[in-house]
Design a protein around this ligand. Structure first.
Ligand SMILES: [Zn+2]
Ligand SMILES: [Zn+2]
Ligand SMILES: [Zn+2]
Ligand SMILES: [Zn+2]
Length: 495
């Protein structure tokens, strides 16, 4: 089984602050709120655009201008694989002496996967490798450009009106709206039997600002069905050569043209990809920010929960039976560079801790701190999960009452022959089964009540916050963090 298998990842689930249950690999840990964040509780932002083939990156304005496609790289219109440029030589008459032939280098596009080449559709070979490949002209591009321009003007005007409304407190009325979108003038002309007029001209007389290029916004006119040609009868009589008919994927790859036969497919410009950064929705600090350079796989900021929250792994389960108590061992790994003390809480105890925290926060009047630090106008929010139930456990779990010391992570521990430094803590032999550097095997007991065995409890550990270490005024701060976890121990085979 692969370590990325969904089934395997979902054996151990952590409960995010929003209530959803996620494996540790899909969680973030906000060092500022000291809470878990999942994909729903972070805001995703586009950091940079880049081409996955030539690795060129570009600012978002340029990417928008290029319709999020790379100018130099192409996808195979037949299979979607990246096309590569091939060189070959052809003999052409020499410009000096037309009777002689000289070799000339030419380039064409070829797919290494399905062997499609640009020669198949009759694209002329190019003399430069970067290839100024002929582009197809979108038949509707003119119309789209006019519409875009028109709506941009509307958006601009709306923005201005919003700003003025903030001062005047004016309300929108139907008349106002219908006038703005030019509907009243179109309707009036329709009623009086005049052809719908270009909008720009129509509004010019009303004293409003000009709407840019004239635009025909009249609805499409009805067409008599009898005037439309039926499908060609050859479709019913002639056998179809499916090799020459494009598939739906091939057609949708070229939405503007939607070619029906394979000799009309054209190489498509490669889609750009993006690098994303994630921000905590509550405090708006970055939780994950990649390096700008597209070739780099490093991160400037990477607050994955995997580096901050103890990782639980189901290590060993004794045979289980309904109604009897069995032992199981979990491996707990401390990923941080500071030691910590781990306590196990039942979910009831967890609820009590949470309520206590909420009360404390309310007493201190920290409720209003919800306002964003970066943009005070914005009210950051956490989207709560619809399924926040805590009572999904199907088996009772007996938790150790003693605390377990978690030694800090030490990359040199592999080469250390000595035992684990417990920093003065004494292990409970009934709880701690084994230790190895920052890993510890903890024994728990389970009392299954159903065939599906799922236990739930909370881990509480001491987290050392290192962001304050740089600030000389503050000492390194520690905090107690409580995270509910759910372990899927397996299914009891009944026979
Ligand atoms: Zn969440
Ligand atoms: Zn490219
Ligand atoms: Zn191909
Ligand atoms: Zn935060």
């Amino acid at each position: 089984m692969s370590p990325f298998d969904k089934e395997l990842l979902e054996r151990v689930l952590y409960r995010c602050s929003c209530g959803s249950r996620k494996p540790i690999s899909s969680l973030y840990f906000c060092r500022h709120c000291l809470d878990l964040r999942c994909g729903f509780c972070v805001s995703h932002e586009v950091d940079s655009h880049y081409c996955p083939n030539c690795m060129e990156n570009m600012p978002s304005a340029e990417a928008r201008l290029k319709k999020n496609r790379c100018a130099n790289c192409f996808d195979c219109p037949h299979c979607g694989h990246t096309l590569s440029t091939r060189a070959s030589s052809v003999s052409v008459p020499s410009p000096d002496d037309p009777t002689k032939h000289i070799a000339k280098k030419v380039y064409y596009l070829a797919c290494a996967f399905c062997r499609w080449t640009s020669r198949e559709i009759g694209l002329p070979d190019q003399t430069v490798a970067s290839g100024a490949w002929p582009e197809q002209n979108n038949p509707a591009s003119e119309r789209i450009a006019t519409l875009q321009e028109h709506y941009r003007t509307i958006a601009q005007r709306e923005k201005m009106e919003k700003e003025s409304r903030r001062f005047l407190g004016r309300k929108l009325s139907y008349l106002h709206l219908s006038d703005k979108y030019g509907l009243s003038s179109v309707a009036a002309r329709k009623r009086s039997g005049l052809s719908s007029l270009a909008l720009g001209g129509g509004l010019a007389g009303t004293g409003r600002e000009d709407m840019g290029r004239p635009l025909d916004i009249a609805p499409a006119t009805a067409v008599n069905l009898n005037e439309i040609n039926d499908l060609p009868t050859e479709l019913l009589t002639d056998p179809i050569d499916l090799y020459n008919v494009t598939s739906l994927e091939q057609r949708f790859a070229q939405l503007e043209f939607q070619p029906e036969s394979v000799d009309n497919i054209y190489p498509t410009h490669k889609h750009l990809m993006i690098k994303r950064s994630q921000r905590c929705r509550r405090c708006e600090h970055n939780l994950s920010k990649p390096e700008y350079n597209p070739t780099s796989i490093k991160f400037k900021i990477q607050l994955a929960a995997y580096y901050h929250v103890p990782e639980l792994v189901i290590f060993k389960i004794d045979p289980m039976q309904i109604g009897t108590t069995s032992k199981f061992i979990i491996k707990v790994v401390n990923p941080t560079n500071s030691g910590s003390v781990l306590t196990f809480l039942t979910l009831q105890q967890y609820q009590a801790v949470r309520e206590e925290e909420d009360r404390n926060r309310k007493d201190k009047g920290e409720e209003d701190k919800n306002v964003s630090a970066i943009n005070p106008l914005r009210q950051p929010s956490i989207v709560e999960a619809t399924d926040q139930r805590m009572d999904i456990a199907t088996a009772r779990v007996e938790l150790p009452t003693s605390k377990v010391y978690l030694p800090p992570r030490d990359d040199a521990a592999e080469f250390d022959e000595g035992g684990v430094d417990l920093a003065g803590h004494v292990d409970d032999r009934d709880v701690v089964m084994w230790r190895k550097s920052n890993k510890v095997g903890v024994q728990l007991k389970v009392h299954p009540e159903q065939a599906e065995v799922l236990v739930g409890f909370a881990i509480q550990y001491e987290y050392t916050n290192t962001i304050f270490a740089h600030d000389s005024k503050k000492e390194v701060r520690t905090a107690n963090i409580t995270v509910p976890v759910f372990l899927k121990l397996g299914t009891i085979q009944q026979n």
